[in-house]
Design a protein around this ligand. Structure first.
Ligand code: ZN
Length: 121
């Protein structure tokens, strides 16, 4: 299975991102080359992925990932999507929710969003 690999070190906001995990990189030191990776393990994983890509003759924007990782991300995204739908429906049905209703919605959204966040760490 392949997916689009992150390309370049900047996102749309102009922040510099790790080439492997896409975490925001710290501001570069005044001297020396700008960092491309947030940590050594990201540099190593990217290096190994590039070796595999060469062996498999993949293009620059293709990456081999485990099906289980894609499935986990897809499942977490679906749960979050349902929570967003529920919250939008609740807000449409009751445009002036009470504080406790808002807290309930926020709690549900956070529960649904945490698995997505945890996959990013
Ligand atoms: Zn990284």
């Amino acid at each position: 299975m392949t997916k689009q690999a992150p390309f370049g070190t900047h996102d749309r906001s102009g922040e510099r991102k790790c080439l492997w995990c896409r975490r925001t990189l710290p501001a570069p030191a005044r001297t020396g080359r700008p960092r491309l990776y947030c940590r050594q393990s990201c540099r190593q994983q990217d290096y190994e992925a590039r070796l595999r890509a060469t062996e498999l003759q993949l293009g620059d924007n293709e990456l081999v990932v485990a099906r289980v990782q894609i499935d986990e991300l897809r499942d977490a995204a679906h749960v979050l999507a349902y929570a967003v739908d529920d919250t939008e429906r609740d807000l449409a049905a009751a445009p002036n929710p009470t504080k406790s209703e808002l807290l309930e919605m926020l709690t549900w959204l956070l529960e649904a969003a945490r698995p997505v966040r945890d996959l990013c760490r």
